[in-house]
Design a binder for this molecule. Sequence first.
Ligand SMILES: Cc1ncc(C[n+]2csc(CCOP(=O)(O)OP(=O)(O)O)c2C)c(N)n1
Length: 254
Amino acid sequence: MEINDIIKPENLVYEKPRLMNENPMHYCPGCSHGVIHKLIAEVIAEMGMEDKTIGISPVGCAVFAYNYLDIDWIEAAHGRAPAIATAVKRLNPSKMVFTYQGDGDLAAIGTAETIHAANRGENIVIVFVNNAIYGMTGGQMAPTTLEGMPTATCPYGRNIALNGYPLKIGDLLAQLEGTCLVTRQSVQTAAAVRKAKKMLRKAFENSMAGKGTSIVEFVSTCSSGWKMTPEKANKWMEENMIPFYPLGDLKNKE
Ligand SMILES: Cc1ncc(C[n+]2csc(CCOP(=O)(O)OP(=O)(O)O)c2C)c(N)n1
């Protein structure tokens, strides 16, 4: 029997998104970045925007996002992705423009860029991967680190008196007039992945409809930085991260 006799469209239950190339990913086992990349690739292809999408990649573990998704990319300096996305979208209004940022990138060094781009209502999508830690540099405390959560720079856990409160930047962005969609999603189960994809699609559609800034936050794991197995990290995220960063829409303007 030939392979084409087996792989008939009616037998196909899964196909790698066309926009994802064959480059082996550098992400750690259990990392959320790979799944989120896949969802972005699927949504862009389903919208038929393969040749019209420009991604702005961050500094952080996703610095190599441009190696995996075959679309146009620009690499931003740490935290500056929303400022670059602003220029790219204003100069190319027919393009679909998104940033892809970790919590260190978006909610620490890039706080000003993020807040002002969102407040201006730039017609871009901000994909925000919140793993509560600086992943790439070895698991240091981020603004989003939970109270009591140990990291490389607060080994006894985040101490509010010393380090301040974890920053719910999604809630803050939802208060701004310029945002039309702020939603918090995750990718640890099949159901969560499906929901997240739906909201990602809505965000990209909003950007093309000129509705303002859409932010899709992904509450994520970092098994290496958290020093947990992928399975334990997912459980820890469900038990600790999601109660503090509840999933769902923080704002969804029709
Ligand atoms: C201006 C500047 N400051 C600091 C760094 C070092 N640096 C590289 S990645 C990173 C943290 C990234 O963390 P995050 O944005 O949360 O992404 P993750 O790696 O967790 O996906 C830092 C501080 C840098 N590259 N440039």
